[in-house]
Design a protein around this ligand. Structure first.
Ligand SMILES: NC(=O)c1ccc[n+]([C@@H]2O[C@H](COP(=O)([O-])OP(=O)(O)OC[C@H]3O[C@@H](n4cnc5c(N)ncnc54)[C@H](O)[C@@H]3O)[C@@H](O)[C@H]2O)c1
Length: 371
């Protein structure tokens, strides 16, 4: 079984789907590994390190994927990449968000595809949960970006030159990324408040020493799998009234709110930004799905009224070494479950494969309800 590791092609993406330390697990499973030259360079690993770990280095993507049974990469493949993949091979990568959607091309090409974002959040699949591992990096990066763009300290300082009060950080969305942003901002000494529409997030926020902020919603906002649903018009009005108070009172706002399969909810309006204090910062970590702030420009840092708005694309790629280490472990765990007696078995009977398998033998398999 040949496994191809591709170099990422999207601008600004520095992660790699496997690092040299992961290769031994694959060779033990019976894979021969071909690494596209330069695949790990942006994350800090040389071709030689991959070769020393047992891989053959291929000079380009075409040579890497030739005859491959499995192709691994981080981001959804572009049309050129799909066109090169061998018919009947299995792609393992994120498939969403992507423009254009790679699924029709994969269907047409006859390439099977496991989408990392569709691995279920079950106990058995925890080691394969790439959404969580990457969201951990995203939240950490978000807190550091807020700290580095702020014009003031995060912690309280008592010095001979006077006492500096702690900065006020507001985190919107308290899932995996939001909780890591809270934890990181707290470690840096900020006073943190956090808002989520899922009531279950309250306890987790409070356990990190932050204050939970709620907009009283008439109905539970959590749906199957622990995800959030879209709000109705009247619920959005309540949310707007709450955030109109909360956002201008913060020195830094870090946003992470997502609804699976939908554009990110717009939580922060231009009016809220304009009411912030001079030197305030918004770090919009939902830029890949359109952003949580009305005036964010995905991929850019801009100034709007008194605030700086940072909206990085693929924020986890700003921490490429550890984000790649974690992602590679997730992918290795996923494939390990699928190798039976030295053969790769793509079985829809397996609940993890069943949930994550988006394309099978030229057929688009839709996400299960709530997933
Ligand atoms: N193995 C596990 O059991 C496991 C692992 C990871 C996550 N989870 C759970 O999965 C769920 C999703 O986590 P995630 O980090 O992938 O979430 P996500 O990335 O889909 O969304 C981020 C956060 O945004 C919130 N959000 C959505 N709309 C919002 C709005 N209008 N205002 C404020 N917040 C809004 C969501 O509630 C969520 O907390 C959570 O319940 C989490 O606890 C479980």
């Amino acid at each position: 079984m040949d496994l191809a590791l591709l170099k990422e092609t999207r601008e600004g993406e520095s992660r790699v789907a496997l690092v040299p330390d992961h290769l031994e697990a694959f060779t033990k499973l019976g894979f021969r590994i071909r690494v596209q030259s330069g695949a790990g360079a942006a994350a800090g690993w040389t071709d030689q390190e991959y070769a020393e770990a047992g891989a053959v280095v291929a000079e380009d993507a075409a040579a890497a994927v030739e005859g491959a049974r499995v192709v691994v990469k981080v981001l959804p493949p572009g049309p050129d990449e799909v066109a090169r993949m061998p018919q009947g091979s299995l792609l393992v990568s994120f498939l969403s968000p992507a423009e254009p959607d790679p699924v029709p091309a994969l269907v047409e090409r006859g390439v099977d595809a496991l989408a990392l974002e569709r691995v279920p959040r079950t106990t058995r699949a925890q080691r394969m949960d790439a959404l969580s591992s990457q969201a951990t990096a995203v939240g950490y990066v978000g807190a550091l970006l807020a700290a580095s763009h702020l014009t003031r300290f995060l912690p309280m300082l008592t010095t001979a030159a006077g006492t500096i009060p702690p900065a006020r950080v507001l985190v919107l969305g308290a899932g995996v990324a939001g909780l890591q942003a809270i934890a990181t901002a707290r470690r840096l000494g900020a006073r943190v408040r956090a808002y989520d529409i899922r009531a279950a997030a309250a306890e987790q926020v409070q356990s990190l020493g932050a204050t939970f902020v709620q907009a009283a919603l008439p109905e539970e906002a959590e749906v199957e799998g622990g995800y959030a649903r879209e709000l109705s018009g009247s619920e959005e009005e309540r949310q707007h009234a709450l955030l109109m108070e909360e956002v201008p009172a913060a020195d830094a706002v870090i946003t992470t709110a997502q609804i699976p399969g939908r554009p990110a909810p717009k939580l922060i309006t231009a009016g809220m930004v304009e009411r912030m204090a001079p030197g305030s910062v918004i770090v919009d970590l939902a830029a890949d799905t359109g952003g949580n702030c009305e005036v964010s420009r995905p991929g850019e840092t801009i100034h709007h009224g008194p605030a700086t708005i940072v909206a990085p694309l693929q924020p986890a790629s700003r921490l490429p070494q550890d984000a790649s280490r974690m992602l590679g472990r997730n992918i290795a765990a996923l494939l390990k479950e699928m190798v039976k007696e030295g053969d790769l078995v793509v079985s829809e009977e397996d609940d993890i494969v069943d949930a994550a398998l988006v394309v099978r033998e030229g057929r688009h398999r839709k996400a299960p309800k709530g997933g």
